[in-house]
Design a protein around this ligand. Structure first.
Ligand code: DAH
Length: 344
């Protein structure tokens, strides 16, 4: 038995010296030191020996166990270091190598226009309504009725407005003008806000029309507000947005929620007023709708039109962007072709 133990020690030492990996060592440990290992089986046979032999062989077995165990631990530390170094070497990255080329995203041209217009009106003392205060899924009541549209107005037609199936009289808003109502229901005059956002119309898509587009609504209500205030603010806006040399004109128009109503034209940016295809030969391009807030609208939200007056305006973001950069197809904004988007 003594010989057997000496052999175990010799073979174990040999195997430990030759172990190449931590995994090898693990196997050696199982082979010699585990509960099913060679040393354990010797210890189990101690009971058949004399007391004297039990003592000698038992302590020899313990010594062999301790020697092998500490050799394994020592070797394990060595191998672990070697393996770690190898791993660190293999996984080394050269941080001086140039990286892959990545296309950088940019702000969408429509967002750029909205940001620009918002900044202009902030400079003129307007605050910006939070988008959650004027939802895109809107009631017919806010989008039309409160804005003094008669019940049979053609804009309410299913041909023009998207109706939802989920609830009666719930629509995708066809204009941002409902934001006027929401703001006035929420805030007593003086009111001075703009509200940018998406609107939806049920039309066939073409170079000039898309089902989804963006508007910016404006509203100012206070005492003694006149049409001259409206002209002053909107002229100032056009001057900043299109440049100071671009002439404007106010043309009488009709909207149910304003009286009087006007449309604002700028001199054609393509032909400088001479008349061309873009302006259909008129020399002018329409850029926004506006007017004095109708007395019925003020009454609908509980504001006394004898005390307060105001003006409102609404403009199309796509149209303003197309005019500024001479873009001839509205669909370009929605195709997400980076060759188009990168130009802005
Ligand atoms: N909501 C109108 C449209 O979608 C635009 C408009 C016209 C807004 C006159 C206004 C306004 O606030 O006063 O065509």
């Amino acid at each position: 038995m003594k010989e057997k133990l000496e052999n175990i020690l010799k073979n174990g030492e040999q195997e430990i010296t030759n172990a190449k990996t931590v995994q090898d060592l693990e196997e050696i440990k199982v082979k010699y030191l585990s509960r099913k290992g060679e040393l354990t089986s010797i210890k189990k046979n101690l009971k058949d020996l004399s007391d004297e032999d039990k003592r000698i062989i038992g302590s020899l077995a313990n010594n062999v166990y301790n020697s092998l165990d500490s050799l394994i631990t020592k070797k394990n530390n060595e191998l672990y270091k070697i393996e770690l170094n190898k791993k660190l070497n293999d996984e080394k990255i050269d941080i001086t190598l140039p990286s892959d080329f990545r296309v950088q995203g940019k702000v969408h041209p429509l967002t750029q226009t909205i940001n620009e217009i918002v900044e202009i009106f902030q400079g003129l003392g307007f605050s910006v309504m939070a988008s959650e205060d004027s939802p895109e899924v809107e009631t017919e009541y806010i989008n039309f009725d409160m804005l003094n549209f008669p019940p049979n107005h053609p804009a309410k037609d299913m041909q023009d407005t998207f109706y939802t199936k989920t609830a009666p009289n719930v629509i995708l808003r066809s204009q941002t003008s409902g934001a006027q109502i929401r703001q006035m229901l929420h805030q007593a005059p003086p009111v001075r806000v703009i509200s940018p956002g998406r609107v939806y119309r049920c039309e066939s898509v073409s170079a000039r029309k898309n089902n989804l587009f963006h508007q910016i609504e404006g509203l100012l209500v206070d005492k003694d507000i006149t049409f001259a205030d409206l002209k002053g603010i909107l002229n100032e806006f056009v001057r900043i947005y299109f440049g100071s040399s671009r002439p404007t004109r106010f043309r009488a128009s009709y909207f149910p929620f304003t009286e009087p109503s006007a449309e604002v034209d700028v001199q054609c940016i393509m032909c400088q007023g001479k008349g061309c295809r873009t302006c259909s030969g008129t020399g002018w391009l329409e850029v926004l709708g506006a007017g004095m807030v109708h007395a019925n609208v003020l009454r609908n939200v509980g504001i006394d039109p004898e005390i307060y007056s105001g003006f409102a305006f609404g403009m199309g973001v796509e149209r303003l962007t197309m005019l500024k950069y001479a873009i001839n197809d509205i669909r370009l904004f929605f195709n997400n072709d980076v060759r188009f988007l990168n130009q802005f």
